[in-house]
Design a protein around this ligand. Sequence first.
Ligand SMILES: C[S@@+](CC[C@H](N)C(=O)[O-])C[C@H]1O[C@@H](n2cnc3c(N)ncnc32)[C@H](O)[C@@H]1O
Length: 458
Amino acid sequence: MHALKQPHSPKTTTSSAKMLERVLSSRRVSPHPDDAVSDSDASTILGDESKTKKQSLSLLAANYMSRLSHFCTCPTPCLILCLLFVFVYIASLLYHSRDFVCVSPFDPKTRVGFFGLDGLESDFGALGVPWCRSKHGKTVEWTSKDLIKGLEEFVPIYETRPIKNNMYGMGFDHSFGLWFIARWLKPDLMIESGAFKGHSTWVLRQAMPDTPIISLSPRHPEKYLKKGPAYVDRNCTYFAGKDFVDFGSVEWKNVMKKHGITDLSRVLIFFDDHQNELKRVKQALNAGFQHLVFEDNYDTGTGDHYSLRQICDQFYIRGGGHSCFRDSDETRIRPKRKKFWEKAVDIDELCGPNEAWWGVRGFMRDNFNHSNKPISYEEHFQNSRFIESILDVYWELPPVAGPSLTHQTRYDPARTTSPIVEDGRYGLFQRLGLGRLETSVFNGYTQMVYLQISEQES
Ligand SMILES: C[S@@+](CC[C@H](N)C(=O)[O-])C[C@H]1O[C@@H](n2cnc3c(N)ncnc32)[C@H](O)[C@@H]1O
């Protein structure tokens, strides 16, 4: 497989963002550092003329001063020019600092005021992005270019979705991720656990028009049809309603035989059922499945079930592990992030009794948080080693576009990889049709992840 190319981590230029960069540079992570794709690569495909990023005032000033120095020989005019520049610069800073007074918490303008003119694009991954190590360092074969091409194709499809308001279900980012992965892998069978009104079933169907689906969900999606839009698929076997069986209790051998599946590596499983993901991985492994997608891959300290990301958030992984030490950079920075991103967590939310930060405050949640069991750090650590021992690929879907474009207000970019369409690339965002979608569809990103389990010896 070829390596996945990740978009650039943009350079920080404002002073506050620079500070953030300095203190956290050791935490910033690129799981696949050699795999950066240049903006020009993506623009080649779609002819993006807007790829020139906004330059910060300080950068512009530095450029301007260096140009001046070439022809400035007399010290007095230079001094006047310098003073003039300093005056303009301070005036501009004061103008932008007005946002500190009237803080409208999740307003992008406020974030610009806080982080600087190009601060919005500067802090992806600044608080670390944990990930799961795979056994041989393998990663996916698709590239950023493929994702951008996929977006161009998917936006018009998404606009025809039957369930326009999918509150409590997937938004745009994850719908795209699932569609893209299914289309790329071209499985012979797709299994979903957690259907709700059927939006994800519809997404799978758009990716693979003729491939059978098996859907497991306690409530049949047809029940929702009585109240409003829902999707029921004709080529889908439903283990739902009175026929519901939990994924872990299905006799998969028999079901596969019934569906004529002999090669389990040709099956894609999609989990959106808010169950402990360690439990789900073990069940999938026992059944012999290899390709898994988890919709809600919650960050440490958040969510209603133990996730892959939580499991692999470990000190020995770049970008992983936490400190509950009160006088630390992380403790100081997290509350600031909370002012701008609804899902950001501060140190009080992150750390439970005895400074337990792993899982959610030292707890392993399951089944929509109906089960909530404390785990020791040793157990948590062993879980990550187990996952690594069976893992060929761990790939988190990047957010589709930066927050200055989508106006999303929930996920904190500091805990996320760089988006597919970076902040500042308004032309590309519009050309892909993303600007036509309502803002609310971009608010559901929770690090959807694709796992490839290594083939087990029988
Ligand atoms: C977040 S919703 C799924 C959203 C859906 N995938 C979508 O994109 O619209 C979670 C669903 O999981 C279902 N669920 C609860 N327990 C489950 C279980 N053990 N197995 C499968 N589904 C379960 C819930 O009834 C609910 O329909």
